[in-house]
Design a protein around this ligand. Structure first.
Ligand code: 2AM
Length: 178
């Protein structure tokens, strides 16, 4: 199974992000937007693995106190088929410490981590986006409101591809605050 550990913002924030993503899509000739149900922050990407139990033990060991996490501004990663646009989050010490604890616990539980890239926490809004000629994405980005949410749990997600597209299935929830 393809697994990752995620933080999932409250539904209202995810719906707002989907709305902002629609504004972005309107400025593009093509692109695949993330539906609000799928919006999340990947804390650790495990890839194809059968180590679900180890991942759950690592999550149990990694949790700390709940904390607030503000969104910042949209940004993008360039790709061959177009750009991946995301909403940034503040790289606050409790978020970075949570990621460090989780990575350490995953290694100790012998769960392979598939994200060798440096940790760039973000909420993906859409992929393969190509702007329309002359579209002002800078103005769109500057107009996006920011918002703060409370991180209260880690979620182990399974990524499944079926005829309905990509679906993320929450397998287990590990509340913060122990
Ligand atoms: P993305 O949103 O930045 O594309 C489920 O596939 C989640 O894991 C997605 O949020 C995706 O990030 C992330 N992901 C997929 N492959 C990854 C990789 N090799 N390293 C880090 N994160 C990855």
């Amino acid at each position: 199974m393809r697994l990752f550990v995620a933080l999932v913002p409250p539904e209202e924030l995810r719906r707002n992000l989907e709305r902002q993503g629609r504004g972005l899509r309107a400025l593009c000739q093509r692109g695949r937007m993330v539906p609000w149900e799928n919006i999340h922050l990947t804390l650790a990407f495990l890839g194809e693995t059968d180590r679900r139990a180890g991942a759950e033990r690592a999550m149990e060991r990694a949790t700390g106190a709940p904390f607030s996490l503000p969104t910042t501004r949209p940004g993008r990663f360039s790709g061959k088929k177009g750009d991946l646009w995301w909403m940034g989050v503040e790289e606050r010490p409790p978020l970075l410490a949570l990621r460090r604890r989780l990575v350490r616990a995953l290694v100790e539980e012998e769960v392979w981590l598939d994200d060798a890239k440096s940790f760039r926490p973000h909420l993906t809004l859409g992929r393969d986006l190509r702007p329309l000629p002359g579209a002002d994405l800078t103005a769109w980005a500057a107009a996006c409101p920011t918002c703060t949410w409370r991180v209260e749990e880690l979620i182990l997600m399974e990524s499944c591809r079926d005829e309905g597209g990509l679906r993320y299935i929450p397998l287990s929830h590990r509340p913060m605050g122990k």
